[in-house]
Write a protein that binds this ligand. Structure first.
Ligand SMILES: Nc1ncnc2c1ncn2[C@@H]1O[C@H](COP(=O)(O)OP(=O)(O)OP(=O)(O)O)[C@@H](O)[C@H]1O
Ligand SMILES: [Mg+2]
Length: 375
């Protein structure tokens, strides 16, 4: 195939729909069943958690597509401040844009206030009930998706949860799917009076099985007009460790390495995979690890470097020992690292890196990272 006709199918960009959605069959099935089964079905209330780049936003989009295919209406929101009123406005079918609208009629300037048709913002519960009732008359349901829930204010989250719970009690066709970083979401729903949300179907986006990744990589590569040897495919898939963003990033760079020689052969081999992986990892370190650790206080950086002595999880007591400090003096640094999603607690007194290859990045760059602090 002519080189210029070949298009890289991989999408290493936040929120971008991947060529093949790997490893999500179960949750998509649960949600489809939930829509079909009617009010009160467990698949209508879903909580998606996972680290940065694990595929939360893409999964919410996919749930929205399924709902739309069943004729449902979908409201997508992000949990930054004011999301309840934005959802209420979307449900009311109109966004109130402050400001003035200027029309020119036959040279006469006609200025009127925009959004003056409604006196005040509708209450969330009233707006949702009204919308869902109207949809119900057409035998359609309403899905609300909420992303970045770790940033939600507890009071707004409670307001939305109460409204959704109320609709369900009224036997209205409604579904709610929310997503966010694991620790933040769990803190939110466990910390406040959000019992209703605690009962949501949990979907933790852990590593996708490598054999499923291999199938998806092969399918995307072959559909795009290239091919790949079995050994090269196995190596590429294994290196993704089933992490969604890396599937796209490694796929993208390996594919590029293959295209470079398409005039000779369209088959991607192990050499292409090594080159592609090297480029993907460089990009991954810059985009993910570097931005995660930039401007950390020295102690927090030392904490991370001390963790690299362990291959898997680290005991917080052992980390303190290595630093020669009492464990209590490190609590606030550990909390900061958890908040920034660089590490996460795995059990009481144990932590691990949240994102793959963080340990490798820190080990490779130890000196230059410490040099930033004059060490
Ligand atoms: N199931 C999947 N299979 C293959 N690739 C995926 C899958 N889900 C997501 N991706 C890819 O992974 C990358 C990250 O996806 P997404 O933006 O949804 O992650 P996220 O968890 O929302 O990240 P963040 O926490 O930064 O918002 C994108 O490049 C996307 O195409
Ligand atoms: Mg996202």
């Amino acid at each position: 195939m002519a080189r210029e006709k070949l298009i890289n199918p991989f999408k290493p960009t936040a929120g971008a729909e991947p060529p093949v959605l790997v490893g999500r069959d179960k949750v998509l099935g649960d949600f489809s069943d939930g829509i079909a089964e009617g009010v009160g079905a467990p698949g209508r209330l879903i909580r998606i958690t996972g680290p940065r780049g694990s595929g939360k936003t893409v999964l919410l989009t996919e749930l929205g597509d399924i709902a739309r295919e069943s004729g449902w209406e979908v409201i997508d929101e992000t949990a930054s401040k004011g999301f309840c009123s934005r959802i209420a406005e979307a449900a009311a079918g109109e966004r109130l844009v402050p400001g003035l609208e200027v029309d020119v009629h036959l040279g006469v300037l006609d200025v009127r206030s925009k959004g003056s048709s409604r006196e005040s913002a509708p209450s969330l519960r009233a707006a949702l009930t009204e919308r869902a009732d109207a949809l119900g008359r057409q035998h359609r349901g309403l899905l609300i998706t909420l992303d970045e829930v770790q940033d939600a204010s507890p009071s707004e989250m409670r307001e939305l949860a109460t409204a959704v719970q109320h609709l369900i009690r009224e036997r209205i066709d409604v579904a709610f799917a929310f997503a966010g970083l694991t620790t933040g979401v769990l803190d939110l729903i466990n910390g406040e009076a959000l019992t209703f949300l605690r009962r949501a179907l949990p979907e933790e986006l852990a590593a996708i099985p490598v054999d499923e990744v291999a199938c998806a990589l092969r399918q995307s590569i072959e559909k795009s007009g290239l091919a790949i040897t079995d050994a090269a495919l196995a190596e590429a898939a294994q290196k993704t460790v089933g992490y969604a963003y890396l599937i796209q990033l490694i796929g993208y760079h390996v594919w590029r390495a293959g295209r470079a020689h398409v005039d000779d052969t369209p088959v991607i081999d192990e050499e292409d995979v090594s080159r592609g992986i090297e480029q993907a990892m460089g990009r991954f370190h810059d985009a993910v690890h570097e931005s995660a650790v930039s401007d950390l206080p020295l102690r927090a950086m030392e904490y991370l470097l001390a963790m690299t002595e362990d291959e898997g999880v680290s005991a917080t007591a052992a980390v303190a020992d290595r630093l020669g400090l009492p464990a209590t003096s490190l609590t606030s640094y550990r909390r900061l690292l958890v908040q920034r999603q660089i590490i996460e607690p795995t059990a009481r007194g144990f932590v691990a890196f949240s994102i793959p290859y963080t340990r490798e990045y820190l080990m490779q760059n130890r000196e230059s990272l410490l040099a930033r602090y004059g060490r």
